[in-house]
Design a binder for this molecule. Structure first.
Ligand code: MSP
Length: 502
C-alpha cells in the first residue's frame, strides 16, 4: 500500500477577499503535496474556508446579506484564487456543510461524555478580529496583544476544562519533540503552557452564526472548536473511519505563526480529551511585510496575488514566495527583490541552461536527442548529481525547509551551466562531432532529471521543459530519474520559456 501523507493549510476566514497571506500558506502546502505525490505517496491535501463566527456574522450584516449567501460568495473567490494558482488540493473544505456540523457536534458529545465541558458564564475580553478570548493581563492600551480591538463580553457560556490539560500537553510535547516546528516556536508554546492554562469558553450566546450546541440551541459552538475539526471531518471522522485512520497519523498542519496557539495547545487538548490522537506535526511559518511595513488594507499596503500572477505568471510568483525567505521566518516583499530573484534564478540560471542546450540540439543535431558515445567521468558525475540532490531534498522537505530544498535544486542547475561552460560543445562541431553529441546528450538528460526535481517548485515551467524533451507525463515521478532519454527522439522546436523582467 502507498504511504499516506496528509497536508493541510488553515481554512480561511471569508470575511474578506483573499490576499498574499492566504496564497502563501496554500502555495507552501502545494509544494509539499506535489513533492510527496512525485515520491509515489498517497497524498490528501486540504484547504478551504472557515465560515462561522462573529467576524463573519458582522461582515455579512454590514453588507445587508444573509450570512450563508455572503459566505458562499467569498468562499467561491478563494476557490477561484486557488484554481488560478493551480493549487493541487484534493479537498476544498467548508465549515458550513452538514457533514462538518455532524463531526463538530460529535466532538462536543464526546467531550461532554468525558466530563470535559461545564456550563458557566464568561466575563472578559473578546477580539472579534482574532476570534479569541484574552485575559485581563494580556490587554495593553485597550488592545489585544495582536493589536486587535477588544470588547468586554458577559454571557452564559460552556467551558472546556483546558486547565486539566497542562501536564498531558507538556508530556506530549516532551514525548514528541518533532510535533511543533520550528524549534523556536516549540519553545514559545511550551513556555506558554508552563505558564498555566485557564478553562476555555467554547460557546457563544450573543451570536447565531455557528454550529448549534447539541441539546442547547441558545448556544453556538466557539468558532475555533468548530474550525479545527475541519481537519478530521474532511477525512472521514466519524463517518469514514478507514480513511481517517489511514491519513490522520500522517498529518501535517501548516499554519501562520499567529494561529499556532490554537493549533498547538487547544487542538491537541480537544483531541486528547475526546479520546483521539493529536496530529503528527505542525509547522508555523512567518509573515510577509511589504517594503518593510505591515500589510494592512487601511494603509493600502497590500499585495494582490491575482495582479502579480496576471502580470508575471504563476511560477514566478510562487518561486519568489517559496525561495526568497527561509520557511518559518518573516519576509519582506519588494518589487526590486521580486524582479531580481526571478531574473537571476529563473531566467539566468534555469531558463538559460535549458534554452541554450535545446536551441543548440535543435539546430545542430537535426532536432533530435543526440546519441552519446563513451561517457567521461565529468559526464557521469553530472548525470549522477540529481539523484544526490533528491536525497538532500527529501531530508529538507521532511523538515519543511522549503527554501533550502529549492536552493539545493538550484545548486544542481549551477553545476549544469558550469559543465556546459567547461565542455563548450559549440567548439566541437567541426573537430569532434561525436564528443559534441555526447555532451549534448548528457545535458539533455541532466535537464530532464532536473525538471523532474523542480516540478513541485515551478510546476508549469518544469512541465514545459519535460514536454520539450517529449517526456511522457507518466515518467515524471522521482522513480523516473534513473530512466534515460532515448537517443534520436525528435523534439519540437524549442520556445523561450522564461522571460527576463526589464
Ligand atoms: N480561519 C482561521 C484559521 C482556522 S484553521 C482551522 C484563520 N484564517 S485567516 O484567514 O485569518 O488566516 C489564514 C492564514 O493566513 C494564517 O495562517 C495566517 O498566518 C496567514 N496570513 C495572514 N496574513 C499574512 C501575512 N501577511 N503573511 C503571511 N501569512 C499571513 O486564521
Amino acid at each position: 500500500m502507498k504511504k499516506a501523507f496528509y497536508i493541510t493549510s488553515p481554512i480561511y476566514y471569508v470575511n474578506d477577499v483573499p490576499h498574499i497571506g492566504h496564497a502563501y500558506t496554500t502555495i507552501a502546502c502545494d509544494m509539499l503535496a506535489r513533492f510527496y505525490r512525485q515520491k509515489g505517496q498517497d497524498v490528501l491535501f486540504l484547504t478551504g474556508t472557515d465560515e462561522h463566527g462573529q467576524k463573519i456574522e458582522k461582515s455579512a450584516a454590514a453588507k445587508n446579506m444573509q450570512p450563508k449567501d455572503f459566505v458562499d460568495n467569498i468562499s467561491k473567490s478563494f476557490e477561484d484564487l486557488f484554481h488560478k494558482l493551480k493549487i493541487s488540493h484534493t479537498v476544498f473544505a467548508r465549515t458550513t456543510t452538514p457533514e462538518h456540523y455532524k463531526t463538530v457536534q460529535e466532538m462536543w458529545r464526546r467531550l461532554k461524555e468525558n466530563d470535559q465541558i461545564y456550563l458557566g458564564s464568561y466575563s472578559g475580553w473578546y477580539a472579534v478580529r482574532d476570534e479569541a478570548f484574552y485575559s485581563e493581563d494580556e490587554i495593553k492600551d485597550g488592545k489585544a496583544p495582536t493589536g486587535a480591538p477588544v470588547e468586554y463580553v458577559t454571557e452564559p457560556s460552556y467551558f472546556f476544562k483546558l486547565s486539566e490539560w497542562q501536564e498531558p500537553l507538556l508530556n506530549f510535547y516532551r514525548d514528541n519533540p518533532d510535533f511543533i516546528a520550528p524549534e523556536s516556536r516549540r519553545n514559545e508554546v511550551i513556555r506558554f503552557v508552563e505558564g498555566g492554562l485557564r478553562d476555555l469558553s467554547i460557546s457563544r450566546t450573543s451570536i447565531k452564526w455557528g454550529v448549534p450546541v447539541p441539546d442547547d440551541e441558545n448556544h453556538v459552538i466557539y468558532v475555533w472548536l468548530d474550525a479545527l475539526n475541519i481537519y478530521i471531518s474532511s477525512i472521514g471522522f466519524p463517518h469514514n473511519l478507514e480513511q481517517f485512520e489511514k491519513f490522520w497519523p500522517e498529518s501535517l498542519h501548516i499554519v501562520g505563526k499567529d494561529i499556532l496557539r490554537f493549533h498547538a495547545v487547544y487542538w491537541p487538548a480537544f483531541l486528547m480529551a475526546a479520546g483521539l490522537t493529536p496530529p503528527k506535526r505542525l509547522f508555523a511559518h512567518g509573515w510577509w511585510t511589504k517594503d518593510g511595513e505591515k500589510i494592512s488594507k487601511s494603509t493600502g499596503n497590500v499585495i494582490d496575488p491575482v495582479a502579480l500572477v496576471d502580470q508575471y505568471g504563476n511560477d514566478p510568483f510562487r518561486y519568489f514566495l517559496l525561495r526568497e525567505v527561509p520557511f518559518g521566518h518573516d519576509g519582506d516583499f519588494s518589487n526590486t527583490a521580486f524582479i531580481h530573484r526571478l531574473n537571476a534564478d529563473l531566467a539566468n540560471t534555469y531558463g538559460n541552461l535549458v534554452q541554450r542546450t535545446l536551441a543548440f540540439v535543435y539546430k545542430h543535431n537535426e532536432g533530435k536527442i543526440p546519441t552519446p558515445s563513451d561517457l567521461s567521468p565529468e559526464d557521469q558525475e553530472l548525470l549522477a548529481l540529481p539523484a544526490q540532490i533528491l536525497k538532500d531534498m527529501e531530508k529538507l522537505m521532511a523538515e519543511q525547509a522549503l527554501s533550502r530544498a529549492i536552493e539545493r535544486a538550484w545548486e544542481g542547475l549551477f553545476e549544469g551551466n558550469r559543465y556546459m561552460d567547461i565542455q563548450k560543445p559549440w567548439t566541437l562541431k567541426a573537430t569532434d562531432p561525436s564528443r559534441m553529441a555526447t555532451i549534448l546528450y548528457v545535458l539533455c538528460d541532466f535537464i530532464r532529471q532536473m525538471a523532474i526535481l523542480t516540478s513541485s517548485i515551478v510546476p508549469e515551467l518544469s512541465s514545459q521543459i519535460l514536454s520539450q524533451l517529449c517526456i511522457d507525463p507518466n515518467h515524471r515521478h522521482f522513480d523516473a530519474l534513473s530512466t534515460q532519454l532515448i537517443p534520436e527522439t525528435p523534439i519540437p522546436e524549442p520556445k523561450p520559456l522564461v522571460q527576463k523582467i526589464i
